[in-house]
Write a protein that binds this ligand. Structure first.
Ligand code: ATP
Ligand code: FE2
Length: 331
């Protein structure tokens, strides 16, 4: 069965083709992305939508050219219709729904956050992991329990990636800032104490940002600040992830989201898992960041294992749908 995945919840427009025969027999045929970036400043929603409108058709054509397939070969279209930026979601939705209507293909709307977790079973050996999902807009610790993917801990304000991007912007970098902070932190030598903000199972970043802006940036070396920021905020994430693993008695951790590309965060997670005899799975970067392969795979799970189908003429975008709003019928 060939599944076309379309990702369009934020800065990334993605198109992927998967060949899935069964839960174990599956192949990613292509996983293409086109990222909206800026030299200076953050995301501008209508510019982002223009970017997605410009690239969507060309990216799909490229996916077909690379695989030798055509729209006729596609058996299912999966679209990330939630959650995300309305401007971005609308472009993806219009594109995927039009394709489904014109070519008379079944369509499934996929929750983007759940796809970050489900991709673990596409590209790793994880069976029932806790997901540490750290991306731009989202920071959540998620695990399956009683028919839902439940959020055991999350950010109380901004996502970790947005926090890192704003911090990088304060230092004069454009978007995305996370990779620049990672580079800078490599030459940091001094740890500058920062607020450590874990509240129960949740984390918060905006107070740390205010502290940095008011008391630290400009007074210490950028590389030392970057190093201290990483050590502090990643420790917060690892603490909450470990507590969720202990609470649910789960022996696997999987990382997801763009910030999980960070080698220091990966190292800290591996150390924590080793200390508690658990497995730590880190998908390759192309499956950590926003990508369409995870949408196609989750679409297959939902449609084939869970009997989910959506009507292309009425499928809505759901910018605020939460991970635990979705009934998991496919496990
Ligand atoms: P979501 O919609 O799931 O919230 P997203 O739209 O923010 O995701 P992702 O691609 O998952 O997109 O994550 C993007 C974020 O990842 C950006 O904030 C970026 O700065 C950050 N990032 C990317 N690489 C690194 C890195 N090496 N270290 C830290 N942060 C990184
Ligand atoms: Fe994402």
């Amino acid at each position: 069965m060939i599944i076309l995945g379309i990702e369009s919840t934020a800065h990334t427009f993605g198109a992927a083709l998967l060949d899935v025969q069964s839960f174990t027999e599956k192949k990613v045929l292509c996983n293409l992305r086109d990222l909206y970036t800026t030299e200076k400043g953050g995301l501008i929603p209508n510019k982002l939508a223009e970017h997605h409108e410009e690239v969507c058709d060309a990216l799909l054509k490229k996916a077909f050219a690379q695989t030798g397939l055509s729209m006729q070969d596609v058996d299912l279209i999966a679209l990330s219709n939630a959650p995300g930026l309305g401007h971005a979601l609308k472009v993806g939705s219009l594109f995927a729904r039009s394709l489904a209507l014109i070519h008379k293909k079944p369509l499934v709307g996929v929750n983007h956050c759940i796809a970050h977790l489900e991709v673990a079973s596409l590209v790793t050996q994880a069976k029932d992991p806790v997901l540490l999902y750290c991306s731009g807009a989202n920071t959540q610790v998620i695990a399956y329990d009683g028919g839902k993917y439940r959020i055991f801990g999350e950010t109380l304000d901004t996502g970790i990636g947005n926090f890192l991007d704003t911090f990088a912007r304060d230092l004069g970098s454009g978007f995305p800032g996370g990779p620049k902070i990672e580079q800078l932190a490599l030459s940091g030598k001094k740890y500058i104490p920062l607020p450590y903000s874990v509240k129960g199972m949740d984390v918060a970043f905006s107070g740390i940002l205010t502290h940095l802006e008011r008391k630290v940036i400009g007074k210490e070396k950028d590389e030392d600040i970057a190093f201290s920021v990483q050590e502090t905020v990643f420790a917060m994430l690892v603490e909450v992830a470990e507590r969720a693993m202990a609470h649910c008695d789960k022996r696997e951790l999987v990382l997801g989201g763009g910030v999980a590309c960070n080698k220091r965060l990966q190292e800290m997670c591996r150390l924590m898992c080793a200390a508690r005899g658990a497995a730590c799975y880190v998908p390759a970067n192309e499956f950590l960041v926003d990508n369409a392969a995870m949408i196609a795979w989750t679409g297959w799970l939902m449609h084939v294992k869970g009997g989910v189908s959506d009507d292309p003429s009425t499928l809505q975008i759901l910018p605020y749908e939460r991970t635990d709003d979705v009934d998991v019928t496919w496990r």
